[in-house]
Write a protein that binds this ligand. Structure first.
Ligand SMILES: C[S@@+](CC[C@H](N)C(=O)[O-])C[C@H]1O[C@@H](n2cnc3c(N)ncnc32)[C@H](O)[C@@H]1O
Length: 470
């Protein structure tokens, strides 16, 4: 039985790549070719010459692969070692050489609290193996993992660097994520202290690196979360359709090509439909143009709204069904918007939940709210899902959203302008990389906001032209 694996995501918000098993086989679609395919092999990674032979000895079997390890602009990567055709299996890695929570030493497992999650457990395994140095049975793999200086996840950014992305929700998510890791570390420290011979000298910073290595390199499958040596040398392409799959019967994970490759070409897979915000936090990189970018919009019922209490009660009486684009429905809510690709105001447009919230916010009389409650009862129970009967009010609701989004656009514009390289005459390499990532992130989110603004302008213009209230 096959399963598509998914990547771990640390974000609290509506997860893009949930930490759950996928109960169906994810089929690869072979039509779309990779944008980054032109990239060739910079150089073979001589340090890794012994890697596959070592993995094969460890597995006690031949590791099937038509790939060789090389260096790319994005660290280690895998390259075609022969002609590959779309649909070909390009590698198979048995479960026996994957690192899963079961690899945790029983004596450490025995003293760990139940509160310690799977990511932290894998991070502890990496710490143990790292501390063992060349004595580790995983040394050839552990030696290949990125060091601190090569990691750019925002959890390692300075306050000054983080300020570059204050407009984005990643700013707060980074703070929350760091806080979570610190709390997990506090929970495991008493256990680690019982084994000074293993963990002596290990610090929070080391744990954070190990934690990052797990979030950026582990796959979730029906057998749980695991690090898959060799497979995890593959870099991400936002438009590839190649994923890591799991064959439970044969107990191996495998990857199929989604397009043709010539020998020497870099072979890429997709880590999922991941926006730059998540790539930055969990993987420490961004794409210059990411079609999956999204923005979180927060709206609230102002305290000075004389109908606040009634609106709150109404929202509580009509809890939102679980939905993709809203976290809940409360006095303050966060909505996720993606790039709107139908600027004429038709088609899918903005999330319905966001527009519904705006309609409720714009009501100015108890009668209007009662009408919404009645309409919900007569239909599917959801509040304000249809255009308001009073087109003036419908216009105002969407104008309010438009002005909120336009305000965000101004803030993002100013932040992007500040990132101009001219403002940083002397940049060290690390800062220069992170400045570019901040730029990719903010310009992507700005593109999403501008598409929402264009959609709202068109929708309002349509209301104006068909109404008699001007
Ligand atoms: C699963 S590992 C891939 C192998 C990695 N390049 C290495 O050196 O071991 C994921 C990491 O590779 C890098 N990476 C993957 N795809 C990338 C891309 N499209 N652009 C930049 N960096 C990328 C990031 O550092 C990410 O955290």
């Amino acid at each position: 039985m096959f399963h598509g694996g998914s990547r771990v995501s640390s974000l609290w918000r509506c997860p893009i790549i949930p930490l759950v098993n996928l109960p169906h086989r994810l089929l690869i679609n072979f039509n779309i070719s990779s944008v980054s395919r032109a990239k060739g092999l910079d150089s073979l990674d001589e340090e890794c010459d012994e890697f596959l032979p070592w993995l094969e000895r460890k597995a006690g079997a031949k590791i099937f692969s038509v790939l060789s390890i090389g260096k790319s602009a994005y660290g280690r990567s895998l390259f075609a070692s022969e002609i590959i055709r779309a649909g070909d299996c390009i590698l198979k890695v048995p479960y026996s050489v994957q690192i899963a929570p079961d690899n945790l030493l029983p004596k450490i497992k025995a003293v760990l609290s139940d509160k310690v999650g799977t990511i932290a457990k894998l991070a502890i395994i990496l710490l143990v193996e790292q501390q063992m140095g060349q004595d580790s049975e995983w040394a050839p793999y552990i030696n290949c993992l990125p060091q601190h200086g090569d990691i750019h996840s925002t959890i390692f950014w300075s306050e000054y660097e983080l300020n570059m992305i204050r407009q984005s929700s990643v700013y707060q998510e980074t703070i929350n994520h760091k806080d979570k890791i610190e709390k997990e570390y506090a929970v495991i420290v008493p256990a680690l202290e019982q084994f000074p011979e293993i963990f002596e000298g290990a610090t929070l910073k080391d744990f954070m690196r190990a934690y990052f290595l797990v979030t950026s390199r582990a796959w979730e499958s029906t057998k749980g979360l695991s690090l898959i040596p060799f497979t995890d040398f593959m870099n991400h392409d936002g438009v590839s359709n190649s994923i890591v799959q799991f064959d439970e019967d044969k107990e191996l994970s495998e990857v199929f090509a989604d397009c043709n490759y010539s020998p020497g070409e870099e072979v890429l897979i997709t880590y999922g439909k991941i926006p730059n915000a998540t790539l930055l936090l969990d993987f420490g990189f961004t794409l210059a143009y990411n079609i999956h970018d999204q923005v979180h919009i927060q709206l609230n019922i102002p305290y000075h709204d004389t109908l606040r209490q009634m609106k709150l009660e109404l929202l509580q009486q009509h809890p939102m069904p679980k939905m993709k684009d809203a976290i809940g429905f409360n006095c303050e809510d966060t909505f996720t918007i993606k790039e709107v690709r139908c600027p004429r105001g038709k088609g899918k447009g903005l999330p319905q939940s966001l527009r519904a919230f705006a309609r409720i916010l714009s009501c100015t009389s108890p009668e209007e709210l009662s009408d919404l409650a009645m309409e919900a009862a007569q239909n599917d129970g959801r509040l304000a899902r249809r255009p308001l009967k009073d087109s003036r009010r419908e216009f105002q609701a969407h104008q309010m959203l438009l002005s909120h989004i336009n305000h965000l656009i101004q803030e993002y514009d100013a932040a992007v302008e500040l990132l101009d390289p001219a403002n940083f005459p002397s940049m060290c390499k690390t800062f220069s990389i992170r400045r570019q990532m901040a730029h990719d992130l903010l310009t992507g989110e700005l593109r999403v906001l501008k598409s929402a603004s264009a959609w709202l302008k068109n929708y309002c213009a349509g209301l104006e032209s068909t109404s008699h209230y001007q």
